[in-house]
Design a protein around this ligand. Structure first.
Ligand code: SAM
Length: 292
């Protein structure tokens, strides 16, 4: 899972990776990891649900707690009584924040049966909260214009058909309703194609991108060290493609935020450069889009 990008200093440029890199979307012919979400697979992260539920827990990962959830709540700007749909809700990490903010109704949708079961277990008996197993890119019984707000947290890059996702979200919203996205920053965070590097002459930690402009389908192993073969697929799309499908679904972008890491390295010979890089390169992108 590359949310962490623990390894800050890669090899000096040029870097020779050991992996074979991503598989371009059009030519995807590799063997997907076990449980991987593939085009046409409407089970989402079911194959890695146990691992993901443990990673996120009741309160969210470190990044959820410090960066992602505050970022999405700011974009959502919940008003008392708002009806909210959380698309690709996973095991429901956003729910308690929505309740605290005063949402009147919360409906979580995810393709993974197992993650929805975990969400139900955590939120059972809460009268304002409901969940549904559904492919966010498929037929969407939940998308009938009844919601004031919609959220999609760390998942736009996990669905195979972003245009279908946006159409469903737009159909779920009332006119004037808004959609908050927080996702891996598509300009700086492309698994296997973006890396940290160290320029020893300039004493600069730089960000290296080997690909950006092509849509990519990248196989991710969730526990590479353990060799379980479990994984997911990450769908990289250039920013222009993402904004275009939001617009095509009848929503207009009204706000954009770039979210930076809260983490700072320990003191040491690289810490000044690492701090600077952490302040210059955002990890996540936040978008607020309003249904027109
Ligand atoms: C990285 S997780 C994020 C989950 C949650 N929003 C969070 O922040 O913890 C990505 C989620 O997208 C879901 N997902 C992937 N493809 C999907 C699809 N086609 N329809 C609905 N959910 C999908 C997965 O099952 C998984 O729960």
């Amino acid at each position: 899972m590359e949310w962490n990008e623990g390894k800050r200093r890669g090899k000096s440029f040029p870097h020779k990776g050991t992996n074979k890199g991503p598989i371009p979307a059009k030519k995807f012919a590799g063997k997907p990891a076990v449980g991987a979400a593939k085009p046409g697979n409407d089970k989402g992260w079911d194959g890695v649900a146990g691992w993901y539920d443990k990673l996120v827990g009741a309160d969210g990962s470190d990044y959820h707690q410090n960066v992602i959830l505050p970022g999405v709540m700011e974009l959502l700007d919940i008003q008392k009584g708002d009806a909210v749909v959380d698309v690709c809700c996973g095991q429901g990490v956003l729910v308690k924040h929505l309740l605290i903010a005063g949402a009147g109704k919360i409906h979580g949708v995810d393709a993974s049966d197992k993650l929805i079961s975990a969400a139900r277990q955590r939120n059972g008996g809460k009268p304002r909260v409901s969940f549904e197993v559904a492919d966010a890119c498929g037929k969407a019984p939940w998308a009938e214009g009844s919601f004031d707000k919609a959220a999609c947290v760390m998942a736009v890059h996990d669905v195979p058909d972003a245009a279908a996702l946006m159409k469903n979200v737009s159909a779920a919203l009332k006119p004037g309703g808004s959609f908050a996205i927080v996702m891996m920053h598509p300009c700086f965070r492309i698994p296997k194609e973006s890396h940290w590097g160290w320029d020893g002459d300039q004493k600069v930690q730089f960000r290296r991108l080997d690909k950006y402009g092509s849509a990519l389908e990248i196989a991710i192993q969730t526990r590479p060290g353990l060799n379980t073969g479990e994984g997911t697929v990450f769908y990289h799309r250039p920013l222009a493609d993402l904004l275009t499908v939001i617009g095509a679904a009848g929503m207009g972008v009204t706000k954009c935020t770039e979210l930076f890491s809260h983490r700072r390295s320990q003191s040491g010979p690289f810490s000044k450069a690492e701090h600077k890089a952490a302040e210059e390169f955002p990890l996540f992108l936040g978008i607020k889009a309003v249904k027109m």
